[in-house]
Design a protein around this ligand. Structure first.
Ligand SMILES: [Zn+2]
Ligand SMILES: [Zn+2]
Length: 636
């Protein structure tokens, strides 16, 4: 049976089920979806049950789109929408997606575009053919999101072709009766950095994560050249759990070496990955290193990225279904759950996860329809890797800041742009709003502002309380007037020259470069000031040296290295980590529903991976394994 036979077969089946008067003008696989084109999209929309029952019978994700000839030209459609929608709705942007036949309408007041019981939306559809979707205008504009959307618009025809090719590959008939499943470890085992796995069946090869160890002099990339993976054109799919470079950093390079397939990830991970990958290239260039790829490769990856929201069950190969679940680590981070065969086997890759509710995210999910093997992170898997509860960390940081401001000092917090910064921002906003700390400016320097803008673009990925504040109470903590973007060297100069108390959040998080160094040079001599570490400081970084108590530091200024004396107070506040501590890792497994059969540990120093694996075995009587890189484990 060929793929065209499959389509013809489906077309006949759908035809039989449709009520009279509804016709199909086209049927095509596009990426993981089966797309039905029709000249009567309204008839489908009015009979919501048709699509649901078709999806259930055919076991496919079905999308109905208006036949392209029904779609009004974009410019004319915008004019029409402006005529129909009341002016007070604050229309700010339109995004036509020919992939889906949808027009995304951005408005300050979405309710006015929707109308009573959706009446205005129906009116719009009738006149323009496109299916309107309304979103709230992101309150802080992200140039990353804007550029990505613009870019995808320019390559829309090519992308449609790519999606068709991918779709036909996904839905090809299964060709073998053999049944086995294997996981090959390509990086990130008994180490942190370059995370990558290959999941293979007789039919399919899937790469999960493709990270880089940015700190490594050599061995910084996964073992992609081994025969199991190479040639890369044989891979069916690449799945990315989250945007941190140790999981996504090498993805663009795949396209340089012949991969042409899809990247599956959540929408925030797509945008944050592009931001971090671009920064990775920039930093490498600045340090005189040769980056492994250029921005053209990042665009290739974007062109082939298929975004899935948490909970979407999606065919990504003839014998594999993927579902993402919240992992509570950073915006858009996900646990990748694979259902293999028809009920044959289930395996979940946790990526990095936090099994505790944080200021930004709900706790990681450990409740799956089925799961036999779990591959989990072990960053804090050692016996003594306990962190204080989130609440204690919040109180502690508030006290340190209060004391510093009271003596007329400034507070400097080095942070990673993505995740930790926003977590600390929420704590600071709340403390200032409640009067716990003085109302001083909080300066955000480095990529923090842009990363925050991406957070405000995807409020549905934040925890329930934040969503409630943003959507129902109209209070968005990220928009607090206390936060001030430092968007130019001149502005930084002005802040550095200003003697009044303030708080500065700046990158890089481990003080190996970035704007944070400028603040350290200026604030370091004054013992009234405080430097607060909120994240892990790796061995060999400036941050680690300061943490260890070094008070004379080599600093390079204008090409010359000088010794600088440090007098400011140095404090570490633990508990803001996006990773589960030892107790949370153990609880995560203990409370997993259903109980898995096997746990494989990775993403941690060797002793952490081993310690966690042996503790899980002893306490919960589950089979465990802590592989090295380049091992293959047969699951069935
Ligand atoms: Zn991470
Ligand atoms: Zn990681």
């Amino acid at each position: 049976m060929t793929i065209d036979d499959v389509l013809n077969d489906l077309r006949a089946k759908i035809g039989d089920k449709l009520p009279k008067g509804i016709t199909i003008s086209g049927l095509e696989f596009e990426g993981p979806e089966l797309v039905i084109y029709t000249t009567e999209p309204r008839a489908f929309a009015d009979n919501g049950d048709i699509i649901r029952s078709l999806a259930k019978d055919l076991r496919k994700r079905i999308v109905v789109r208006p036949d392209p000839k029904m779609l009004l030209d974009a410019e004319q459609a915008i004019d029409k929408i402006k005529q129909i929608v009341p002016a007070e709705s604050g229309l700010s942007d339109f995004y036509f997606d020919p992939d889906t036949g949808e027009v995304i309408i951005e408005a300050e007041k979405p309710g006015l575009v929707i109308g009573r019981h959706g009446s205005t939306l129906r009116e719009i559809t009738k006149h323009i053919g496109w299916t309107p979707k309304v979103v709230r205008t992101p309150p802080i504009e992200s140039s990353t999101v804007k550029n990505i959307r613009q870019y995808l618009r320019t390559v829309k025809d090519e992308r449609k072709q790519i999606l068709k090719t991918i779709g036909r590959k996904i839905h090809r008939p299964v060709s073998t009766k053999d049944q086995w499943i294997r996981v090959t470890t390509l990086g990130g085992c008994k180490e942190v950095g370059r995370s990558s796995f290959l999941l293979s069946t007789p039919e399919t090869k899937i790469l999960i994560d493709c990270g880089v160890n940015t700190g490594a002099e050599s061995n910084g990339t996964p073992y992609l050249y081994v025969p199991e993976v190479s040639p890369l054109s044989n891979l069916d799919a690449v799945v990315i759990t989250h945007a941190h470079l140790d999981h996504s950093g090498i993805v663009p390079l795949l396209f340089k070496y012949g991969y042409e397939g899809p990247i599956y990830t959540t929408p925030p991970t797509r945008d944050l990955s592009a931001l971090l990958q671009l920064d990775y290239i920039e930093v490498a260039n600045r340090e005189g290193k040769r980056p492994p790829y250029d921005s053209a490769m990042i665009r290739e990856a974007l062109k082939r990225t298929i975004t899935l929201n948490h909970g979407d069950v999606t065919d990504i190969a003839p014998d594999v279904r993927l579902t993402f679940y919240n992992s509570g680590h950073i915006l858009g981070s996900a646990i990748a759950h694979f259902h293999i065969g028809e009920g044959l086997y289930n395996v979940a890759f946790t990526g990095d996860f936090k099994y505790e509710k944080s200021k930004l995210f709900d706790a990681a999910i450990n409740n799956f329809p089925r799961v036999e093997t779990v591959i989990m992170e072990s960053t804090y898997g050692g016996m003594h890797d306990m962190q204080p509860a989130r609440r204690e960390a919040e109180v502690e940081i508030q006290q340190v800041i209060k004391a510093t401001l009271a003596r007329g000092g400034k507070v400097l917090i080095p942070t990673f742009a993505v995740g930790r910064s926003q977590e600390v921002m929420i704590v600071l906003e709340e403390a200032i709003r409640r009067g716990v700390i003085d109302n001083v400016p909080v300066y955000l320097d480095g990529m923090i502002w842009e990363a925050t803008a991406i957070h405000t673009t995807y409020p549905e990925y934040l925890n329930v309380e934040l969503q409630d504040m943003i959507f129902h109470k109209g209070q968005n903590p990220f928009l607090s007037p206390s936060f001030v973007q430092v968007d130019s060297p001149q502005k930084r100069e002005k802040i550095l020259a200003d003697p009044s108390p303030c708080i500065v959040l700046a990158t890089s998080g481990m003080m190996n470069g970035g704007p944070v160094m400028e603040y350290l040079k200026s604030y370091g001599h004054d013992k009234r000031n405080t430097l607060i570490f909120v994240g892990y400081q790796a061995e060999g970084t400036m941050g680690r040296r300061i943490q260890k108590g070094w008070n004379e530091l080599p600093m390079s200024t204008g090409g010359k290295t000088e010794i600088m004396k440090i007098n400011l107070q140095v404090t570490t506040v633990d508990g803001f980590s996006g990773h589960s501590d030892r107790r949370q890792l153990m609880e995560y497994v203990k409370r997993m529903d259903p109980r898995p059969e096997r746990i494989i540990t990775n993403h941690g120093d060797e002793n952490k991976c081993l310690d966690l694996a042996s503790s899980i075995y002893k306490k919960y009587k589950l089979e465990t394994k802590s592989p090295m890189n380049l091992e293959t484990i047969r699951l069935i």
